[in-house]
Design a protein around this ligand. Structure first.
Ligand code: ADP
Length: 262
């Protein structure tokens, strides 16, 4: 009886060891696939603006433009693509630093209301400019300040990213940035009445290079890295980020950060 039990037990152990090795092999394979995919994406993302830069500078060099307006258009494309490349390189640099755990994050007392006011100041011209019909609202509770421990510049970067996306994917209606807080945490919400996203897309939008429609982001000028960086930055602040969205109605991102007492 004792022997049988021992044999059965070791059989179980062998079985679970085999399963663990299988799982490990599977996840290593998945990591490798992700790496390969990541580098393929990077090459593609770098090559596309390069092609534009080379192409249009050649056209200009050879004087192949008919009107001054056409020439300015080409110069604008060159400028736009060069800016895109700069953003891409900045984003990749941030991701590389985070992957290596060498990301320098400040840990200061940060007043979230102040950060939001700054973000609104910096992004308002985008929401109100262009030929958009957008109302840009900011609702903060003045009664209390919401203090978190974190890096003010990085928190600003996160919110600018969410607001710029909201503006990018909203043609008319409103963009609202507001906070809801309790004793333990503060929720920062960025809501838009833009094009929205399908529910099945939502689990993937924080992945690197993921775009809801492949063509969408290129037309809108994004890198597809923004939200993956946002999520990592928030997690480095011991926070979480959630999203709710309905096609044709809009999107709301919620960042939850642990509050500290002032
Ligand atoms: P991108 O730089 O392409 O905007 P992000 O990582 O910031 O990349 O976002 C990933 C994708 O999520 C975008 O390509 C876009 O399709 C979708 N998305 C992000 N924010 C919004 C929003 N506010 N409304 C609708 N779609 C959005």
């Amino acid at each position: 009886n004792y022997n049988t039990r021992t044999i059965q037990k070791s059989g179980d152990e062998l079985g679970s060891l085999a399963r663990a090795i299988n799982d490990l092999a599977f996840s290593l394979q998945r990591v490798n696939e992700q790496r390969r995919e990541f580098f393929a994406n990077i090459s593609h993302e770098l090559r596309t603006p390069m092609t534009y830069l080379k192409g249009y500078s050649k056209v200009l060099r050879e004087g192949r433009w008919k009107t001054e307006e056409e020439r300015n258009q080409y110069l604008e494309i060159i400028d736009h693509e060069a800016t895109r490349l700069t953003y891409l390189v900045d984003d990749l640099f941030d991701l590389a630093q985070m992957d290596e755990g060498r990301f320098n994050l400040e840990h200061k007392k940060v007043n979230i209301n102040e950060i939001i006011k700054l973000v609104v100041k910096k992004t308002a011209y985008k929401a109100l400019d262009q030929n958009l019909n957008i109302e840009y609202l900011c609702e903060l509770s003045d009664k209390e300040d919401s203090i978190v421990l974190g890096d003010p510049l990085r928190l600003e970067q996160v919110l600018i990213n969410l607001v710029e996306n909201a503006i990018k994917y909203t043609k008319e209606g409103s963009i609202t940035i507001y906070t809801v807080s309790n004793d333990e945490n503060i929720k920062i919400k960025v809501r838009d009445t833009g094009i929205g996203m399908e529910e099945e897309e939502l689990p993937y939008i924080f992945e690197r290079f993921y775009r809801v429609e492949k063509s969408r982001s290129r037309a809108f000028g994004g890198t597809g890295l923004g939200l993956s960086i946002v999520k990592q930055l928030i997690e480095l602040h011991n926070g979480t980020i959630e999203v709710e969205s309905t096609v044709g109605e809009g999107t709301e991102f919620t960042i939850i950060l642990p509050k500290i007492l002032d």
